[in-house]
Every structure is written in structure tokens, then in C-alpha cells.
Design a binder for this molecule. Structure first.
Ligand SMILES: Nc1nc2c(ncn2[C@@H]2O[C@H](COP(=O)(O)OP(=O)(O)O)[C@@H](O)[C@H]2O)c(=O)[nH]1
Ligand SMILES: [Mg+2]
Length: 405
């Protein structure tokens, strides 16, 4: 994914106009700073699909300065929302940011500073500076987004099965527990200390909870489940038909992702402190089911042991399930690109753009060197090849020139 922050606005080289004074003092204001690009972690977004569809993002440039010491408007920042657990890596795989918590933000590409207007360049020897600085280029970089696992274990099940209660009995987390179907809407996380080390457990909000909030939401929650290594199906043993509830949840998961349905899982019947659940336990011949009570703590130690064993043998999830990695070649051209526009020609290229930014267009000496360098970099050839005519406009790094071979 290529992120390009906004170019800084150009400083203005303007002079005050006053009646009877042919040349007022310089009053050109500064260019505005270009917008930056920020990534923000949110639970509202659960995957990186948006960034697979669109790989180029640009923030707004700063506006140019103007006469009357007017500073150009700052370019608007661009804030891109990514799922919690997104890693931002540079081209070599180095970590730029770890957006592990909801609300975490990182500025990834900084906007270019605005150029100074000519009011700054007045000195005792120079009363009428007729130049101003160009704005600086916004940072441009190619990054890879990688989505970490949010948890080792995902608790899934119907509303009121006791997912939140289990999470709070197994870990120090204190999710909302309530006896009605509209509770958790974000995955709540907790950490359990076990013989197998730290285990991160996530409560995946119920499908019915999601479905009742509008179509597709249930599936949005299930995307969180994809980012766990094993699933624990939680069933309310005191419900009218617990096995039917279990089947409903499993088929919903199957419908969402057959791969997810095949992931290692445990089945937990909760509320074994209640008579209905006790009776179910006596009646049922199902094997491999863990009967527990989040309330009394019964069966929880055994459940944790089974979880540790299951995690130990669980394969590392396949790449697409575990991490939606976007790898794109860097678009930033080391060499030269000439693009025809309706107003003239735009020249793109790291080296030539840096050259323009470094050059003080006011000094004869540096202008001469600039021309030679442009030629050496092949800019003139490239423009000729693109069919440029004398007098047409060329823009390099935000600075415009008239082409005169
Ligand atoms: N008797 C009993 N009630 C429980 C148990 N676990 C949860 N509950 C109750 O079941 C209701 C729903 O629990 P909650 O954890 O919010 O379920 P969730 O919707 O799956 O997160 C709450 O009223 C809990 O107090 C349990 O082991 N035994
Ligand atoms: Mg809950």
C-alpha cells in the first residue's frame, strides 16, 4: 500500500499594492502544511479488505500562500481505519507501528512543510525579494499491513450462553454480563495464566446479537473469530434445546467460513450448577463435552487443561485466516515518469523531485546547476519524447516551469 502525504503549499512572492507607491514591501504569506496520513485502530473494521481493493492513498496538499501575508490553508489529514491488531511494516519488513489497542493511532506519512513566503526574506540589503520557497514534498512510503491474531481462543455461542461470564472467570477481564441478548458488541479480551503460558481469550459477540442489529453484522463479528487459533463453543445447558443451539451456531460459522468450521475447537456446556444442565449431563451420551459453571467455577480447571492441549496441537492458522497481508511493489519511481496533463506535463521521480526541492530558484548559480542536472537525469529527453512543445508548462514537485529547450 502506498501512502502519500500532502505536499506543502508554495510560499507567495507578493508585494503590497498601495496607491502612489510603485513597489510596496513584500507581503507574500507562507504555504500551508500538507495533510498527513494516520492509521487508527478500531473494532468497527475487522479486516484489511478495503486496502486490498485500493492500494494508493493521498492526503490533501497544503494551499499556497498569498499576498497580504495570507498563510495557505493546511491540507486535511487523512485518517485510515484499520482493525485492532494491525501491524504496519516498511518495505524491508521493519515494524513502523503496532496498532494493538482500539483507538491507537500512528502518523505514518507526514505532510510536507509549507514554503515560506517572501515576507521572510526581506533584509537590509534585499528590500524587494521576488522569490519564495516551494513547499516540501509530503512523505511517500510503501507499507505492508499485517493483521495479527487477536487471541489464542475465541469464545463463540448464542447470546446468554455465558461467554462473558466465562471470560471473566478464566481471566481478569470484566466484560459486561447481562441476562438479555443485547450485550457485547465488540470482542472483549482477557489473559489467562496457564501451565502452557499466557493464553489470550476473546469473547466473540453472538451471531444473534449481530443479526438483530442489522444484516451482515453477525458476520462482521465472526471475522474476529477468524483471528483466533481455536474456538470454544459455549452452550447454555439450561436452555430448552442446547444441542440445537450448538448446531445453529456451528452451521452459522460453516456458512460464514468452511475453513473456520474446521478449526480445532472445544465444546463447553455452561451453567452446570443448574438442575436442567445436570439432567442434560446425565441424559446425554455426547463425548468430549466439557461441563462447566462460570458461576461456581466447576470444571474450569479441566477446561483450561484441555485448552492448553488443544492449542499445543493446533496448527498455525493458514496465512489468509491469520493475517491478511498486502504486499505491493513500491510505486515510487527511482527513475523518471512524465505524465501528460491538460495543463502541460508533470514530471515524477524521486531524484528529480529532490533536485527541485533543494534548488534555490532565485540564485543564478544554482539555477545553472539545476539545468545541467535536469539534463543529466534525462528530463529534457523524456519531455521531448512525450511530445512537449516550447512554451508548454512543466511541473516538477509542485514547481512550475515554462519549457524552453
Ligand atoms: N446459573 C448460571 N448462570 C450463568 C452462568 N454463566 C452465566 N450465567 C448467566 O447467564 C446470563 C448471560 O451470561 P453472559 O455471560 O452475559 O452471556 P453471553 O451473552 O454469552 O456473554 C447472565 O445472567 C449470567 O449471570 C453459570 O455458569 N451458571
Ligand atoms: Mg457477552
Amino acid at each position: 500500500m502506498v501512502l502519500r502525504a500532502g505536499h506543502g503549499g508554495r510560499g507567495s512572492a507578493s508585494f503590497r499594492r498601495e496607491p502612489f507607491i510603485p513597489h510596496g514591501g513584500p507581503d507574500g504569506g507562507d504555504g500551508g502544511r500538507g495533510g498527513s496520513i494516520t492509521l487508527k485502530a478500531t473494532t468497527q473494521v475487522t479486516d484489511l479488505s478495503l486496502y486490498k481493493q485500493r492500494s494508493h492513498w493521498e492526503a490533501e496538499p497544503g494551499a499556497n500562500g498569498a499576498g497580504g501575508r495570507k498563510t495557505g490553508r493546511t491540507g486535511a489529514d487523512l485518517e485510515l481505519e484499520v482493525p485492532v491488531g494491525t501491524l504496519v511494516l516498511d518495505e524491508k519488513g521493519g515494524l513502523i507501528a503496532d496498532l494493538a489497542l482500539p483507538g491507537a493511532r500512528a502518523v505514518i506519512a507526514h505532510g510536507g512543510a509549507g514554503g515560506r513566503g517572501n515576507v521572510h526574506f526581506k533584509s537590509s540589503t534585499r528590500h524587494a525579494p521576488d522569490y519564495a520557497e516551494p513547499g516540501l514534498k509530503g512523505e511517500e512510503l510503501s507499507v505492508t499491513l499485517d493483521l495479527k491474531l487477536i487471541a489464542d481462543v475465541g469464545l463463540v455461542g448464542a447470546p446468554n450462553a455465558g461467554k462473558s461470564s466465562l471470560l471473566s472467570s478464566l481471566t481478569a477481564a470484566r466484560p459486561q454480563v447481562a441476562n438479555y441478548p443485547f450485550t457485547t458488541l465488540d470482542p472483549a479480551l482477557g489473559v489467562a495464566d496457564s501451565t502452557g503460558g499466557r493464553i489470550v481469550i476473546a469473547e466473540i459477540p453472538g451471531l444473534v446479537e449481530g443479526a438483530s442489529r442489522g444484516a451482515g453484522l453477525g458476520h462482521r463479528f465472526l471475522r474476529h473469530a477468524e483471528r483466533t487459533r481455536i474456538l470454544v463453543y459455549v452452550v447454555d445447558g439450561s436452555a430448552a434445546d442446547p444441542w440445537k443451539d450448538l448446531a445453529a451456531v456451528m452451521s452459522e460459522i460453516e456458512r460464514f467460513s468452511p475453513e473456520l468450521a474446521l478449526r480445532p475447537h472445544l465444546t463447553v456446556v455452561n451453567k452446570v450448577d443448574l438442575d436442567e444442565t445436570q439432567r442434560l449431563r446425565k441424559r446425554s451420551r455426547r463425548k468430549g463435552v466439557h461441563y462447566v459453571s462460570a458461576l461456581s467455577g466447576e470444571g474450569l480447571a479441566e477446561l483450561m487443561e484441555a485448552t492448553v492441549r488443544s492449542l499445543a496441537s493446533a496448527p498455525e492458522p493458514m496465512a489468509p485466516a491469520r493475517s491478511a497481508t498486502i504486499k505491493l511493489p513500491s510505486r515510487v519511481p527511482a527513475n523518471l515518469v512524465v505524465e501528460r496533463k491538460n495543463w502541460g506535463f508533470e514530471v515524477l521521480g524521486d531524484r528529480v523531485e529532490h533536485l527541485v526541492e533543494r534548488t534555490n530558484m532565485d540564485s543564478e548559480g544554482s539555477l545553472e546547476r539545476f539545468q545541467t542536472e535536469l539534463d543529466r537525469l534525462g528530463v529534457n529527453d523524456a519531455l521531448e519524447a512525450a511530445g512537449i512543445q516550447p512554451g508548454e508548462t512543466v511541473r516538477i514537485a509542485g514547481v512550475e516551469f515554462e519549457y524552453q529547450p
